[in-house]
Design a protein around this ligand. Structure first.
Ligand code: NAI
Length: 717
């Protein structure tokens, strides 16, 4: 990459324009060589005859995307951090202190370090284009703005608004940025450079000069929140909400809060920057930031994949029209998501009532966006018009993809698939959303099984990011790639998996849920166990709450399917029979391990569960360590089989991505197998064998894990 050409200083008489266009890169980012070049340019400008300088990007949709993440990941000690950050501070201070006024003409994403750069400018103009986003997403990578962002943003937009942005890693569009006072003007995209030049001319003619923007409260309440007492309230509320959102597992937001609290209103730039640097160093060198960066890379790499590793350049067929069989919980959700992403979709069900529910599910979701002003009435209508429905197969001849989401019954599904194929073109792909049935078996109903795959969405479809693309033995590369690409277009993260009971995610979750039932039989209580998994380990919900969510009837059905396919390895807890006859279905009928009101709100543990399941009152005889390890190690044990024996996925990162995106496995632990590596396979295997002796042979270390444990081999090399 030519650094000289990446940052080009173009002269327009008394006005200089600095064009950012990193050669050989899709985005502009602030790597060390670029920062060094920027420093040279600033030194040149300091003594130049120019009267104003404008910063522009020559990339289509990116202004500056941020600092170089690879460099952040590489930071391994406090000294290194201090060195990188103090250089960045020196450069941005030099920018802020330039004798000539600086104008950032922002079009496209202006994020992280890029956003910190423009905050050191005098004027910020932003295009009104939808791709223009201004924000500080660092918290999502386990760090916080470290190039002065924690100091400059509060000064520009006030304390309350800046905490909202920094602690949640938010970005806003240019209209919102203008309203907050983050940018000075929001300009139509085509006029952005013209307006920047006009402003520069005003500077040249002496009408305008340098400005050091400071937040001015607009209302009495705003003024109060900036007062000594007000600030204390704002900080204390912010801390509370960080703790409730992160349960204290993520150090970066708390550290950022501490930095802002120590520096807000401080008049010494050097002192404030030293505090920011020290705080940043603490979080950047810790493992959590490294894990979050790895997860970021994993999700980014999916965007570049085709779903067929041997064919990285395969151009997948575009899915323009899709049909969904079944307009129920999943079918309705899939139809809504497809239309939300501009795919024409037709729902087919067996009753008009079911179709009406499908329409309603979609409409309800968009209504919420309408109320929150995230959607215009026009867009609402347009999206609704992309969904049609019927009881017959009309229109199926034109479909590129049919997603089957009817009842979980092999014979019914096979019959419906065979019938559907008759109404479709030979090129149409049929994908099943089954959560537990064999895709290989189901494909037998299709005369061209190469056009048949699994496309397993998670519930609720609009929220859960994962889609498992199940490649059956006869599924073609083209069908796999088309469904993989379609999932991405629908905003999801697809993971290709081989067929097998429960595929990847449910395969690992099921032994965990079964273990939770045994833990109950061993005398633990629902609330304590769920609390340990959520508040001590970091799972989004505990195993009993999760079973209620999935549906206890569904769980029991899947346990039986697992028993059938995995044989002796699956032990069925005694309580399952009583659970089946208790009439408890979980959240859907308001009775499970917990009770729920008619709106589905959880009302606490239903204490009659112990009696109903024939259990005596809980004795709490297991420790937190025993409970958490039994639950989590069971999943690790199964993952070793999934990877090295059944080869459901090829690499450990697919397991980690699947578990994080499909179950919410705590990202700060890096994923199930990164977590396993942090403990060591030897330790896990030893513990499992102790648990197997005490609690049952289902906990015996699996052969592949035992092989790894012999020399403490890790999942990630
Ligand atoms: P649901 O019971 O909510 O919906 C099924 C729909 O299919 C109903 O509207 C029913 O009228 C319709 N239907 C039945 N026979 C049909 C036919 N011959 N043609 C067209 N429509 C027909 O079920 P849900 O929960 O949406 O599940 C559907 C599929 O998705 C199942 O295979 C299930 O295993 C899978 N799945 C379910 C998840 C969940 O959490 N509910 C999660 C992931 C997958």
């Amino acid at each position: 990459m030519s650094i000289q050409e990446s940052l080009r200083l173009v002269s327009h008489g008394p006005i200089a324009v600095l064009e950012w266009d990193l050669i050989g890169e899709k985005v502009n980012k602030l790597s060390s060589p670029i920062m060094a070049r920027f420093r040279e340019i600033l030194a040149e400008l300091k003594t130049s005859p120019y009267k104003a300088i404008i910063f522009v990007s020559k990339k289509q949709k990116i202004f500056i995307a941020g600092a170089d993440i690879e460099e952040i990941k590489g930071l391994s000690n406090a000294m290194e951090c201090r060195q990188v950050l103090s250089e960045a501070h020196e450069i941005f201070n030099a920018l802020e202190d330039l004798p000539i006024p600086t104008i950032a003409a922002i079009h496209g994403a202006c994020l992280g370090g890029g956003c910190e750069l423009v905050m050191a400018c005098d004027y910020r103009l932003a295009s009104d284009a939808k791709e223009t986003k201004i924000g500080l997403p660092e918290i999502k990578l386990g760090v916080f703005p470290g190039f002065g962002g924690c100091l400059r943003l509060p000064r520009i937009v006030g304390l309350q608004a800046s905490l909202d942005i920094i602690l949640q890693g938010k970005s806003v569009d240019s209209k919102k940025a203008l309203k907050m006072g983050w940018v000075d003007e929001c300009v139509p995209e085509q006029l952005l450079e013209k307006r920047a030049f006009a402003l520069a001319q005003e500077i040249v003619s002496g009408k305008k000069g340098k400005q050091f923007k400071k937040y001015v409260p607009k209302t009495k309440l705003d003024s109060f929140l900036e007062s000594f007492v007000g600030r204390r309230i704002v900080f204390s509320k912010a801390k509370k909400s960080v703790l409730s959102a992160t349960k204290g597992f993520y150090p970066a937001p708390l550290k950022a809060l501490e930095v802002i609290q120590k520096t807000y209103g401080c008049t010494s730039r050097e002192k404030s920057q030293a505090i920011e640097m020290a705080g940043f160093g603490e979080v950047a060198i810790g493992p959590i930031s490294k894990y979050l960066i790895d997860i970021f890379y994993l999700t980014e790499s999916v965007k570049k994949q085709t779903g067929v590793p041997s064919l990285p350049d395969l151009k997948p067929k575009t899915i323009r029209r899709m049909a969904v069989l079944g307009a129920g919980t999943m079918g309705g959700g899939i139809a809504q998501l497809a239309a939300d992403n501009q795919i024409e979709v037709r729902m087919k069900d067996i009753t008009n009532e079911a179709l009406a529910l499908g329409y309603k599910a979609a409409s309800d979701l968009w209504q919420k966006d309408l109320q929150r002003k995230k959607l215009t009435a026009f867009d609402f209508q347009r999206k609704m018009s992309l969904i049609s429905g019927g009881l017959d197969f009309s229109g199926f001849g034109q479909m590129d993809l049919v997603v089957e989401a009817i009842v979980e019954d092999m014979e019914v599904k096979k019959k419906v698939i065979a019938e559907t194929v008759k109404h479709c073109s030979d090129q149409c792909i049929i994908a099943t959303n089954t959560s537990s049935l064999s895709v290989t078996e189901m494909a037998k109903a299709h005369p061209y099984p190469k056009n048949f795959v699994g496309m397993h969405f998670f519930n609720p479809v609009n929220k859960m990011p994962l889609v498992e693309v199940i490649r059956g033995p006869q599924s073609s590369d083209e069908a796999t790639a088309a469904v993989f690409a379609c999932a991405k277009r629908m905003g999801k993260i697809p993971v290709v998996v081989k067929d097998g009971p429960g595929f990847l995610v449910n395969r690992l979750l099921m032994p965990y849920m079964i273990e939770a039932m045994f833990i109950l039989e061993d005398g633990m209580d629902v609330q304590t166990v769920d609390h340990w998994f959520t508040h001590k380990f970091g799972m989004p919900m505990g195993p009993y709450r999760l079973m209620d969510e999935v549906g206890l009837d569904v769980c029991l059905k899947v346990v039986k399917i697992f028993k059938k396919s995995l044989g002796d390895r699956i032990e069925i807890p005694k309580i399952t029979e009583k659970l089946a006859s208790s009439g408890r279905l979980g959240k859907k009928n308001g009775r499970g391990y917990y009770s729920y009101d008619e709106k589905g709100k959880e009302m606490g543990v239903d204490h009659s569960i112990y009696k109903d399941l024939g259990l005596s009152q809980p004795t709490q005889k297991l420790t937190e360590k025993e409970v958490l390890e039994r639950g989590v190690f069971t999943m690790i044990n199964e993952a070793a089989l999934v990877l090295y024996e059944d080869r459901i996925v090829e690499k450990p990162d697919a397991v980690d991505l699947g578990m994080i995106m499909g179950t919410g496995f705590p990202p700060f632990r890096g994923g199930l197998l990164r977590y396993a590596d942090s403990l060591g396979t030897k330790y896990i295997a030893t513990e499992l064998d102790v648990y197997a002796a005490r609690f049952g042979k289902r906990l015996t270390t699996s052969q592949p894990l035992a092989n790894m444990a012999k020399n403490d081999r890790k999942f990630y090399s």
